[in-house]
Design a protein around this ligand. Structure first.
Ligand code: HEC
Ligand code: HEC
Ligand code: HEC
Ligand code: HEC
Length: 121
């Protein structure tokens, strides 16, 4: 009995820690750093499927991940430019890179054509 109890306590502890550490993922994000290129990003379907750090690659897993734009600016600096963060064809963590890779592998993927993300209004 004592053993079961301590297991339960240990489990609650582990779960409790997980709950405290889990950052909240938004349902959708409107990416509008460039007002001429506004993109609706269905965040939840992505965060249900992939680990947070797939995309939030500099996240320390404490607190909330930071917006890509805090590092990826209009012009390249310490981080590649903002355009590259979302279109780098060689990287699984860019929108276009991941969609292209998965489509090539015959998996269900997201849009790969410019106009599918950059919907004309
Ligand atoms: C497929 C890529 C991807 C995955 C997986 C992902 N995110 Fe995100 N997330 C993004 C992008 C892109 C943004 C928009 C960032 C921006 O505005 O620059 C974002 C924004 C956010 C924001 C808002 C940040 C801000 O300040 O605007 C939070 C919080 C967040 N994500 C949490 C999470 C958590 C928690 C998970 C895992 C459960 C997760 N994300 C998984 C790509 C992803
Ligand atoms: C804390 C700063 C920071 C944040 C936040 C950040 N990045 Fe990066 N990113 C970098 C740096 C620095 C590099 C250069 C390579 C490296 O250090 O990993 C990079 C490289 C990249 C690359 C280039 C390809 C590669 O594999 O190196 C892509 C794509 C990318 N980031 C996408 C994103 C996306 C998408 C987000 C938001 C979900 C994001 N980054 C958030 C700093 C950041
Ligand atoms: C790590 C891989 C990965 C990254 C990075 C990624 N996606 Fe996706 N995306 C997917 C997959 C897989 C699907 C298909 C999901 C499904 O329908 O089951 C998808 C689907 C979509 C869809 C279609 C949603 C629907 O309702 O059919 C849109 C729009 C989309 N992604 C936009 C984006 C944007 C914008 C970004 C970058 C900010 C991005 N994605 C980054 C893997 C990714
Ligand atoms: C999977 C979705 C997706 C696809 C496909 C896509 N983009 Fe983007 N693009 C984005 C996202 C997300 C942003 C950031 C939007 C914002 O914050 O304003 C962006 C921004 C841009 C910007 C603004 C960059 C800046 O520095 O201001 C240009 C230009 C652009 N895209 C061109 C293209 C072209 C050309 C194609 C086709 C080769 C393309 N995009 C395909 C998602 C996509």
């Amino acid at each position: 009995m004592k053993k079961i109890l301590s297991i339960a306590v240990a489990l609650a502890f582990v779960l409790g820690v997980t709950v405290v550490m889990a950052a909240t993922a938004p349902k959708t994000v409107t990416l509008k750093a460039n007002p001429k290129k506004v993109v609706e990003f269905p965040h939840k379907i992505h965060s249900d499927k992939f680990k947070c750090e797939t995309c939030h690659h500099k996240w320390d897993k404490k607190g909330e991940p930071r917006a890509c734009l805090t590092c990826h600016k209009k012009k390249a600096g310490d981080a590649p430019r903002f355009f590259k963060a979302f279109h780098d064809r060689k990287s699984d963590r860019s929108c276009l890179g991941c969609h292209k890779k998965m489509a090539k592998e015959g998996k269900k993927s997201g849009p790969t054509k410019c106009a599918q993300c950059h919907v004309k209004k």
